[in-house]
Design a protein around this ligand. Structure first.
Ligand code: TK8
Length: 343
């Protein structure tokens, strides 16, 4: 090969390769491939597990495969507080947990622990997605987490091994596991229960070995953790609606480009509709499974719900003080507005 033609080849090669290499470099600099671990406490086939799968597909699609979601199901990333702490420290990218379990990191979220706050699913969804719900979610960033969306754990119902509970008096002395939240503990203690917090992952064993007599959770969560297999009685109390918070690590979030943040935020937000729908269907199916497994399911006797609400007025006052009166009032205004429109 002559020197001149050799030079020509090298020159041609540089012209082709250099722009490609530069382009790849620019891409890497702006938006490197990202792995997003998403930890959640229920099984892979639960409504929550399937929602995380959908979220993963959506993120992969919208980022052309550059952002990869790696779900961690069944609490395999550790207890809820551990996963939350890891997210705060930047050791985990996203944590999906009951807002109640996030209260220790961001107190105002305790507003959602108000007993009997929501009358039905539609009302809960409307208020959570309203201005007051969303600005609360934005406030979470003070805690080291970034709130992306509210998904649904659902209306909670009480189970136990001691006796059927249909009247206020029946709650007496039941050793009940609650979530680690002041409002949850106060609610049940006011009803005469001996309420103590315990990590969700340990609930089944604690019921089985008799450390606790009962617990309270939405139907699909009970079934996902096989809690119904170690419980005799369930009362349809619907005493609290717990949202799930889809929470990103703020430390990690701030390393992302605005475009990637948008892809992830939009995917979490849009997935809420699928997740809530699946959660509702799962609640119906789970109740059937719970009954089929031999658990006796009771309703509260007529008039008992208002007796219970009356007993819980002091709990409301504590929640209002903890979250601040403006948030308390704004939330209740939003609920009343929704109710008057829904009529
Ligand atoms: C799942 C928890 C759980 C919660 C609880 O990780 O602790 O009782 O209801 O569902 O979020």
């Amino acid at each position: 090969m002559k020197i001149t033609s050799c030079f020509f080849y090298i020159r041609a090669l540089t012209l082709i390769v250099c722009p490609l290499a530069n382009h790849a470099l620019a891409q890497t600099r702006e938006s490197p491939p990202v792995v997003i671990r998403v930890a959640q406490g229920l099984s892979e086939d639960s409504h929550l597990g399937r929602a995380v799968t959908l979220f993963a597909e959506r993120v992969a699609r919208d980022s052309a495969g550059r952002l990869t979601v790696k779900p961690i199901h069944n609490g395999q990333a550790g207890t809820d507080p551990k996963a939350m702490q890891d997210a705060i420290e930047g050791k985990l990218e996203i944590f999906v947990g009951s807002t109640t379990t996030i209260v220790p990191a961001y107190k105002p979220l305790a507003i959602w622990d108000t007993p009997f706050l929501f009358a039905n699913y539609a009302e809960a969804h409307a208020v959570l997605d309203s201005k007051v719900g969303q600005s609360l979610l934005q406030g979470v960033s003070e805690s080291g987490l970034v709130g992306l969306a509210y998904w649904e754990n659902g209306f909670r119902n009480m189970t136990n091994n001691l006796r059927p509970v249909t009247r206020v008096e029946d709650f007496a002395g039941i050793r009940l596991r609650t979530m680690p939240s002041e409002a949850a503990i106060n609610t049940f203690n006011r009803l005469g229960v001996d309420a103590k917090p315990l990590q969700f992952a340990e609930v089944r064993a604690a019921l089985q070995n008799g450390t606790f007599d009962g617990q309270e959770n939405p139907y699909p969560t009970i079934v996902s953790a096989k809690i119904h297999e170690v419980q005799k009685y369930l009362t349809v109390t619907n005493h609290m609606y717990t949202p799930y918070g889809v929470m990103a690590s703020r430390k990690w979030w701030l390393t992302l480009t605005a475009a990637d943040q948008k892809i992830i935020r939009d995917a979490a937000w849009d997935t809420r509709l699928f997740q809530r729908e699946e959660s509702r269907k799962a609640a119906d199916a789970a109740l059937v499974s719970i009954k089929a497994s031999g658990v006796k399911v009771d309703e509260l006797a007529i008039g008992e719900r208002s007796r219970i609400s009356h007993r819980l007025e002091k709990v409301n006052a504590v929640v209002a003080a903890n979250v601040g009166l403006p948030l308390w009032i704004e939330t209740h205004n939003q609920i009343y507005m929704y109710r008057s429109r829904a009529k």
